[in-house]
Write a protein that binds this ligand. Structure first.
Ligand SMILES: NC(=O)C[C@H](N)C(=O)O
Length: 159
């Protein structure tokens, strides 16, 4: 059983025309998995609905507690990309689990988004990787603690 925690980020953003802004909407993860005929084998748990630039130390503690207290050994976390490396590092204290964070550079609701690829990649990664904390983005697996987002290139890289 895979436990999926959602925390917000661009992957779940919705465009509100009335105020010309993006906000975090309902998570599309279950729908995206269903499109690939994945209907069970996971539980979905909405933890936060925040752009990751607004995630606080207290929020990271909420995520860490939820991850360490859940029964699952394999955990996926959707997260905004801007501070994904910080949350991944915070989770390094959780032992005995395979934890994979992922998100998207463009909202899943947009036609040209990396969301579908990224969820498929993360879904495979969380089942294949040994215990540890990882970021699965732009077709690569990065170990927590040695990864950063390159804002200009809009991709993750090793440090
Ligand atoms: N692509 C993203 O998710 C960026 C967004 N600002 C976030 O970190 O939540």
């Amino acid at each position: 059983m895979i436990e999926i925690f959602t925390t917000g980020g661009t992957i779940d953003k919705v465009y509100f025309d009335a105020n010309s802004e993006f906000e975090i909407g309902d998570s599309l993860i279950a729908e995206l998995l269903a499109e690939s005929n994945i209907h069970d084998g996971y539980t979905l748990n909405g933890l936060l609905r925040k752009d990751s630039l607004e995630i606080t130390d207290g929020d990271r503690e909420v995520i860490r507690t939820a991850v360490s207290q859940c029964d699952a050994e394999r955990i996926l976390i959707t997260h905004g990309t801007d501070t994904m490396p910080e949350t991944a590092r915070e989770l390094l204290s959780v032992k005995g689990k395979t934890i994979v964070l992922f998100g998207a550079m463009q909202p899943a609701r947009m036609r040209r988004s990396d969301a579908v690829f990224n969820i498929g990649y993360a879904w495979a990664a969380v089942q294949l990787l040994p215990h540890g904390v990882y970021i699965a983005m732009n077709g690569e697996v990065f170990e927590a603690g040695s990864v950063r987002k390159n804002l200009k290139a809009q991709r993750f890289e090793r440090t």
